[in-house]
Design a binder for this molecule. Structure first.
Ligand code: PLP
Length: 490
């Protein structure tokens, strides 16, 4: 690693990325390549000698960029956004440039100590009770994904429960609860820690609760399991579900968890970032009764991939479950019990210095600008939702005249708008909206995805890519109307 060529080549890569961002709107948002396209373009074995960066960047431009779906495009409205920012990039650059591995305190004290500080900063920004903070009685850790966070908390909950029940053979009795809207990550995590499919309960949700988990249905399922000799283990409540942005009643779920001695995890992967704004914070009320909570700054908090914050009220249970005692890692700092060894808070041994990235994101933006970012996305989502009322155009009038209109399928809480074109015949609703979505996406001018709740297919416009501005949202609506007009109204 020669410092001079490191600097020159890094600048070339930065120039390349700058050019990419300057042209990002020229690319079709969703990649149009066919499966296997890349093996036709690249050699089938590795080069024997070294190649120039110039040649490599040429290939990135010609072969890789066409195969990208442009998540950073301002016209990306699919899934949930993966926010990038200059601060996030700078943090990632420092993290990768220094390339330290902070698995225990001694392996890089600053990595561990900054992570603890940043987790408390984030926790305070979310107004988490001190029972989740290092400055109180809890603590937090950075993982790469919510899936990892859920696996780890489930393992902690399992081991705690098995100890209480007095034997590992009781694992077959343990039951995990979530709602039908909960991200599949919980079911996957349950499987990974040895809970069979038959002991995973997806509690049904409905239009009547706006797809929030129903405490009554949950209680009924728990009671039935207890009667059958099973043991409630873990409940996941979600603030901002993936499919439609629903919010579970955290306080009521937390109380049920306490009553049945279950571990209660709050998954706020997407909408947790919004809870830094006082107007959204009430959605987390009741979190003080939870055992753990996680959120992904890599979704909506201007932090480049990847970064998931996990806080625990009693980190001891996580450490009891995940700690390893290897001779080669033995050191006096760990043995003094005066330091944290984050290897015991996660699955892997090795770990990136992600805290540096999040620290830089928080410092470069400040809470005010981070809240501004959230609020501006929410206000664009409101604009999109109401645009047909406030700014009718000729084509919309024509559509309304022919009795075609759009409707909101699930009430919006954050910046995800779930809508569909109203079908004349209900049974045609899925086909109609699927066709409309395909037409929008294949234009290359925008990319959205879909959801299904209560049997209703709808289109999701997840507004929140870093570069999205009001005119992109207006253009999205125009595009939808144009495609609807061409497809169904001529
Ligand atoms: N939970 C929710 C509510 C999500 O929306 C997502 C992803 O969109 C996840 C969990 C999964 O997150 P990850 O990819 O970090 O595991």
């Amino acid at each position: 690693l020669d410092p001079q060529s490191f600097s020159d080549e890094s600048k070339a890569v930065i120039d390349f990325i700058e050019e990419y961002y300057r042209n990002i709107e020229k690319y079709p948002v969703q990649s149009r390549v066919q499966p296997g396209y890349l093996s036709e373009k690249l050699p089938d074995s590795a080069p024997y000698g070294s190649e120039s960066l110039e040649d490599i960047l040429k290939d990135v431009s010609e072969s890789i960029l066409p195969g990208l779906t442009h998540w950073q495009s301002p016209n990306f409205f699919a899934y949930f956004q993966a926010n990038a920012s200059t601060a996030g990039f700078l943090g990632e650059m420092l993290c990768s440039g220094l390339n330290v591995v902070g698995f225990n305190w001694i392996s890089s004290p600053a990595a561990t100590e900054l992570e603890s500080i940043v987790m408390d900063w984030m926790g305070k920004m979310l107004k988490l009770p001190s029972s989740f903070l290092f400055s109180g009685t809890g603590g937090g850790v950075l993982h790469g994904s919510t899936c990892e966070a859920v696996v780890c908390t489930l393992a902690a909950a399992r081991d705690k429960a098995l100890e209480r029940l007095g034997g590992d053979e009781n694992i077959t009795k343990l039951v995990v609860y979530a709602s039908g809207q909960t991200h599949f990550t919980v079911q996957k995590a349950a499987k990974l820690i040895g809970i069979t499919k038959s002991n995973f309960r997806a509690i049904t949700t409905s239009f009547s609760t706006k797809f929030a988990q129903s405490p009554e249905n949950l209680r009924a399922a728990i009671e039935e399991d207890i009667k059958a000799g099973l043991v409630p283990l873990y409940l996941c409540g979600t603030v901002g579900t993936t499919s439609c942005g629903a919010v579970d009643p955290i306080n009521e779920l937390a109380n049920i968890s306490r009553e049945y001695k279950m571990w209660f995890h709050v998954d706020a992967a997407y909408a947790g970032s919004a809870c830094t704004c006082p107007e959204f914070r009430p959605y987390l009320d009741g979190v003080e009764l939870a055992d753990s909570i996680s959120l992904n700054p890599h979704k909506w908090f201007l932090t480049n991939m990847d970064c998931c914050c996990l806080w625990l009220k009693q980190p001891k249970f996580l450490v009891d479950s995940l700690s390893t005692d290897s001779e080669i890692l033995r050191n006096s700092a760990s043995e003094s019990h005066s330091v944290l060894d984050y290897k015991d808070w996660q699955i892997a041994l090795s770990r990136q210095f992600k805290a540096l990235k999040l620290w830089i994101v928080i410092r470069k933006h400040g809470l005010t600008n981070l809240m501004y970012h959230i609020r501006s996305d929410v206000s664009m989502a409101k604009r999109f939702e109401h645009i047909k009322d406030t700014n009718p155009t000729q084509s919309l009038i024509a559509m309304v005249a022919k009795d075609h209109d759009f409707e909101i399928v699930v009430p919006r809480k954050f910046a995800l708008v779930c809508f569909r074109m109203k079908p004349e015949i209900e049974s045609k609703g899925t086909e109609l909206n699927r066709e409309l979505l395909n037409a929008v996406n294949s234009s290359g001018r925008a990319f959205m995805t879909h959801g299904v709740v209560g049997g209703t297919f709808y289109i999701r416009a997840a507004i929140g890519a870093t570069l999205t501005e009001e005119h992109h949202v207006d253009d999205l609506w125009k595009l939808i109307k144009e495609k609807a007009q061409n497809l169904f109204l001529n």
